[in-house]
Design a protein around this ligand. Structure first.
Ligand code: SF4
Length: 283
């Protein structure tokens, strides 16, 4: 529809109260005074600016000397024949192992504490704990101080001791990782994976009647052969049942450190120890 309204249409809209605006066509007539726009003149070339004398090139500043960075220790595969080693050979292999990054910050490896740790060793209880702390590394002893006192008291209630020489039933404590984890960070999965070979060989040599896996990292390592899904569960959901590692019954429980933080869990830990005790042949 054309937007142009004739006089009659405009009168009808006006009668309806609709006001419309109709543009009036404008005819533009050129002004006689308008001077023709001259064509632009070609721009005369500007005189060449004097070329400043190039200043002498500045001497590049000497790059800051970077502090020497310690070259990372190249990773090595796990020692050949590890699964055939005797106790002493295995301990020596761990002390120089370079199969994971923890070898770079290791002062010394912590292999095991307990009774009768010789090549003919057997144990009744094998306790797998967290990786060694700085203090444990320094002393080459696991579960020290208040935590150690709590563990010893709980073991004593079952007639067990990790100190008494030639005690029966015997108790051996091993760390899940033989080398300390720096800066209190969590162990990496590949570190747990690599070091599990040492743990498996320790179990094969010690032939424990029961394994008590204490804490998240020990449990993760020990149960990962059974089921990765099970190993990833919170510890509270893994305890109260008997698992298996290398054909050995496994009971899961809290670390003494965790029990000191959450004393309400002590009753559960005691129930775990009683469950482990029920799996041993000797009272
Ligand atoms: S933590 Fe275990 S695998 Fe890693 S370097 Fe130490 S002994 Fe070897």
């Amino acid at each position: 529809m054309s937007l142009w309204l004739d006089a009659r249409q405009r009168a009808m809209l006006a009668a309806m109260g609709v006001r419309v605006w109709q543009p009036t066509p404008t005819v533009i007539t050129p002004s006689p005074e308008a001077a023709p726009v001259p064509a632009p003149r070609a721009r005369a070339p500007a005189p060449a600016a004097p070329v400043p004398e190039r200043p002498p090139a500045a001497k590049p500043a000497a790059a800051p000397v970077a502090a020497p960075v310690a070259a990372p220790v190249p990773r090595q595969p796990l020692p050949a024949g590890l699964s055939q080693m005797d106790w002493r050979g295995l301990e020596e292999a761990a002390s120089v192992c370079q199969a994971c990054g923890l070898c770079e910050t290791r002062q010394r490896s912590v292999f095991a504490n307990g009774q009768r740790l010789d090549n003919a060793a057997r144990t009744d209880w094998l306790i797998v704990t967290d990786p060694p702390t700085e203090e444990e590394e320094r002393n080459a002893t696991l579960v020290l101080g208040t935590e150690g006192e709590l563990l010893d008291a709980m073991l004593a209630a079952l007639g067990l001791s990790r100190q008494a020489a030639q005690a029966s039933p015997s108790v051996t404590v091993v760390p899940v990782l033989k080398c300390r984890v720096p800066d209190n960070r969590n162990p990496h999965p590949d570190e747990l994976q690599q070091c599990r070979a040492y743990l498996a060989r320790q179990v094969a040599l010690l032939q424990p009647q029961v394994i008590l896996a204490m804490g998240r990292w020990a449990v993760q390592s020990v149960l990962s052969d059974t089921s990765a899904q099970l190993a990833a569960l919170p510890l509270g959901k893994q305890r109260g049942q008997v698992h298996q590692f290398a054909n050995t019954p496994v009971v899961v429980t809290y670390t003494p450190q965790s029990l000191l933080r959450t004393p309400l869990d002590k009753a559960k830990a005691w129930a775990d120890l009683c469950l482990a005790h029920s799996l041993t042949r000797r009272p």
